[in-house]
Design a protein around this ligand. Sequence first.
Ligand code: GLV
Ligand code: GLV
Length: 323
Amino acid sequence: KLMKVFITRRIPPEGMKILAAAEGCEVSQWDSDEPVPRSELLKGVEGAHGLLCLLSDKIDKEVLDAAGPNLKVISTMSVGFDHLVHSEIKKRGIRVGYTPDVLTDATAELTVALLLATSRRLPEGVEEVKSGGWSSWKPLWLCGYGLSGSTVGIVGLGRIGMAIAQRLLPFGVKRLLYSGRTAKTYAAEVNGEFVPLDTLASESDFIVVSCSLTPETQGMCDKAFFRKMKKTSIFINSSRGAVVNQEDLYEALSSGQIAAAGLDVTTPEPLPTNHPLLTLKNCVVLPHIGSATYSTRGIMSALAAQNLLGGLQGSDMPSELSL
Ligand code: GLV
Ligand code: GLV
């Protein structure tokens, strides 16, 4: 019988081709680069058997009720799943697909780029060149902090955290600390030392947040956390904005409590252009582009499509999330 699928955005062609080739699949889509308005989402999911969504779509009770009892599978084109209301999905026995692994390298690369851009003050330098502020080579101008001999602390040593650690070590990092719920055996590959979050905060020169957003990690980087950091330390977040208390981060950056921050994720997204964080020279903000390479986004869309089909057919999904 015919299976109805709703896709909440224009996605790369790799995934669309897979769905077009699938028999018995009737696809409708919010065919735009901009997010689907809530009312259109609620209309679009009506009677759907499958939903292919993005991290910017909140999938909660209202959406699931609008979809109705046909809905068998939600496939998100993301590794993060904090936008899905787990309890409601589980209650209805709906399967969930996501896209881990395929974006690990791209996200780790971007995180390293953001770390270096922040620590070596690249956006400030570019701005000085354009504005005529570059008057001469100056011994004390635009100095930052280097990785060589440093201590790096990774909050959440999962797939992406490990890939970041592996990329940073060749810069001459001396110690690699990590925190999380449990110690990981694979941490030995990067000589990672499992430490409490407090120790990580106080001993690291570079802190990289790479954990999932959960009730436990929400607001975890707060005033108390930033107070433990050294004045010369750099804070990087490429996971989810809500792991950070942004008011506390603003305070820490503007008072000189910490040296600088680089954020690929914020709350909200997009961050309003008049947001206080954007007035700070020592804060580099990117528009959530961790996985944004051409090839990675293509592979993510293909995997999301395969997950969706697996769920519709009641067969294996290449990457199923157990809630
Ligand atoms: C990106 O943040 C993702 O969850 O895929
Ligand atoms: C830098 O360019 C130097 O020559 O020291």
